[in-house]
Design a protein around this ligand. Structure first.
Ligand code: MIG
Length: 717
């Protein structure tokens, strides 16, 4: 083991000679030190770290995973998996996010930079022990210090890089469904939004738009004159977002296939022939995204669609998901043949059944293909978790080459730590289950700690049928997630906002409109979080140090000013809420009706009618609101509204920029500093438009601890 000091906050422990993941670029200075801080180490073929947890320690992080924000009691395996049944006993989802934080007697973060399988046993096997098992003895482990939780996250993000920034329109409401089969149907969906006056910025194209599920092709039959169609839809106010899958169809004369074979851009089998697996189009090859040339080649393929006016993509099936391989299928069929006419008992029958059930995403298949890395063949399972990361990196690097100063929308299903530099993620194939709203709530801050800020779940649930109430309640949470997309699977009940009765439709519409009104705040907080290497969603424990705040898992802080308390149970007319301090409550039914209530610190039962979204404004904080519009680019934010809860003084820095370029990195953004101070009789308001091109007026509603409202207006020029 060699030990390096990366900086004052981060120590790296290097075992053996690990494969580079390219996540951390700094090498650090070698230092002399005994053992690993906090952990006991066992080293052989694999590496095991154990930490004795104190009774009240919280274990936070681990990104996209099941169970609580506090990970104690669970066992988690980082091995990116396409598993469409997210029950709480599942150990792996689509991402591998090997970063966790201990909050308690000790306070530190640990990042395991290893792209094969890593197991985090957080008190599952031995209740008081955190045990981390790495399936290899070549690995880099980073120990991250910080006095505050936010500082640990910041130090971790300093190490792993700046977060992805989407175009501003990607903060609008987005509609998706697998089975919008042709241009007519997509247009019908768009018209549904226009006719019902429901804002929406994008409509997604799932695999149905391609020709035989071939990447970078467009079905002539179902989408004739695609370029014209993209333009036409954009004029109506909608951007189209096509899906890109990892597997490349094996088909003679298909350019992506031909070029990939010719240039050795595909992963290979043990005979160094392109590896064959089957996914959507039947047999495919997998691009070897660990090869920089293959990455560049694949990344530039997105240009086919960009040239048609496309400005955003989602990368799917990049764990990579495998339906079956010839090897597995052959074995299963042989098994079936030898079982013919047999008298199958419990063992032999289930054995037969399993040989078909286990065809997909099978470990034997992941061990049977290779990447070419620096001239050597590396077996896939050892670098499995980098696949989606490098596919998405290929896309992002392609965009940068195609249009260097343009932001594209991009998110991926599979991911590894560090991919947050290139894109966002969505949380995959959830269900239309109430439990999955709660899972969504708990997962967001965990993802944020790992750097993934642009993310959200399939609102309303992907698998299964949703009722109106589920869509309404879920939307009331998703309206706060940077990625706010309603998505569902083929064959399920339609769940677009206008698929339900009039009353429900209006509730969803009001919820979506509230989202648009909140965009100035959401965007400002998102961008500040990116720039300052902070989280956007935080558990209460990030901000409050009372004992109760450590325990709350079903309320979140959103940015600097808000606490949200979503309702996630069917037929619930309210819920319990914990307030660590006095706050101002705005229950929103229609954003135009503002009425406020000061709620005292402590536990309360909060009535929340189905049509209401409760928003708590923290003490001495303020919320910025703008106007609604049918899409983000049509929002007129020359006049802003501030709702402030001020008992002493409040300060807010309102950030905005052009929403489409990277010019903000060169200091081209607007910042308005707003300060409100309570004096004996009134308030002092200071508005400092340091850099400002757009905002002309700000309307203030300031509420004091007795609930008295003072209204003021400030003109900026
Ligand atoms: O095996 O493209 O997670 O969002 O709609 C299903 C079809 C493949 C999985 C994605 C989902 C998408 C679906 N895809």
């Amino acid at each position: 083991m060699k030990i390096y000091e990366i900086n004052k906050e981060v120590i790296k422990y290097r075992f053996g000679n690990p494969i580079s993941t390219d996540v951390v670029m700094e090498k650090g200075i070698e230092i002399k030190k005994e053992g690993i801080d906090f952990f006991q180490l066992e080293k052989g073929e694999s590496i095991k770290l154990s930490y004795k947890m104190y009774p009240d320690d919280l274990v936070l992080g681990l990104g996209e995973n099941q169970r609580g924000m506090n990970k104690r009691g669970g066992i988690y395996e980082s091995f990116c998996s396409d598993d469409p049944l997210h029950t709480s006993d599942k150990k792996s989802l689509y991402g591998a996010h090997n970063f966790l934080i201990i909050e308690g007697t000790d306070k530190f973060g640990i990042f395991i930079d290893y792209p094969g399988k890593v197991t985090f046993d957080v008190g599952f096997t031995h209740k008081d022990y955190l045990e981390i098992l790495i399936d290899d003895n070549h690995v880099d482990i980073y120990m991250i210090k910080g006095d505050q939780l936010r500082e640990i996250v910041k130090n971790f993000l300093k190490l792993t890089g700046d977060g992805y920034v989407p175009p501003k329109w990607a903060f609008g409401y987005q509609q998706c469904r697998w089975s919008y089969k042709d241009a007519n149907e997509v247009e019908k969906i768009a018209d549904g939004f226009l006719k019902n006056d429901i804002p929406c910025d994008t409509i997604y194209l799932d695999i149905d738009y391609m020709e035989d599920f071939k990447d970078f092709t467009i079905s002539e039959e179902r989408f004739p004159n695609f370029k014209g169609f993209v333009k036409n839809m954009k004029e109506k106010g909608f951007r189209l977002i096509p899906i890109i899958d990892a597997g490349v169809k094996i088909e003679k004369d298909y350019d992506v296939y031909e070029e990939g074979v010719k240039n050795n851009y595909f992963c290979v089998d043990e005979n160094e022939k392109p590896f064959v697996a089957a996914v959507w189009p039947g047999r495919v090859h997998f691009p070897d995204f660990s090869n920089p040339d293959a990455r560049r080649w694949f990344g530039l393929k997105y240009k086919n669609l960009i040239d048609c006016g496309i400005e955003g993509f989602w990368n799917d099936m990049n764990e990579p998901a495998i339906f079956y391989t010839d090897r597995g299928l052959k074995k299963a069929i042989e098994h079936a043949k030898t079982s013919e006419n047999e008298n199958l008992d419990i063992y032999t029958f289930f054995g037969l059944k399993d040989s078909f059930m286990n065809l997909s995403n099978n470990m034997e298949d992941y061990k049977s293909f290779y990447h070419r890395m620096d001239g050597e063949l590396v077996r896939h399972d050892q670098v499995h978790n980098l696949y989606g990361y490098n596919m998405t990196r290929a896309a992002a690097e392609g965009f940068r080459e195609i249009a260097p100063n343009k932001r594209f929308l991009l998110f991926s299903r599979s991911s590894y730590i560090g991919m947050h530099r290139y894109s966002g993620i969505w949380t995959g194939d959830n269900h239309s289950w109430w439990e999955h709203i709660l899972l969504n709530i708990k997962m967001m801050p965990s993802l944020n700690m790992c750097g993934f800020l642009y993310s959200g779940a399939d609102t309303g649930g992907f698998n299964g049928d949703a009722n109106a109430e589920l869509i309404i309640r879920w939307s009331q949470f998703s309206l706060f997630t940077p990625l706010f997309r309603n998505h569902s699977a083929m064959g399920t009940r339609n769940q677009e906002p206008f698929s339900f009765d009039q009353e429900s439709k209006n509730m969803i519409k009001n919820t979506i409109k509230l989202r648009y009104v909140l965009i100035p705040y959401i965007y400002s907080e998102y961008m500040k979080a990116i720039i300052n290497k902070n989280v956007y969603f935080a558990p209460l424990v990030f901000e409050y140090d009372d004992e109760m705040s450590k325990r709350v898992e079903n309320q979140l802080l959103v940015g600097d000013s808000l606490m949200i308390t979503p309702v996630y149970e069917e037929n619930a007319k309210g819920r319990t809420v914990y307030l660590p301090e006095d706050m101002l409550l705005w229950k929103v039914e229609d954003y135009r009706n503002k009425s406020y209530q000061v709620v005292k610190k402590g536990h309360i039962y909060l009535d929340v009618d189905l049509k209401e979204t409760p928003i708590f404004i923290r003490k001495n904080k303020m919320l910025i609101l703008g106007e609604s519009a049918n899409n983000v680019e049509n929002i007129d934010n020359r006049e802003l509204h501030v709702i402030a809860f001020v008992t002493e003084k409040a300060k807010y820095s309102y950030y905005d920029d052009d929403g489409k370029s990277y010019d903000y990195k060169n200091g081209k953004y607007s910042e308005i500093i707003i300060e409100i101070e309570k004096t004996d009789e009134a308030y002092d308001i200071k508005v400092d438009p340091r850099e400002n091109e757009k905002v002309e007026k700000i309307h203030f509603e300031i509420i004091d601890s007795n609930g008295n409202v003072t209204k003021k207006m400030v003109e900026l020029y």
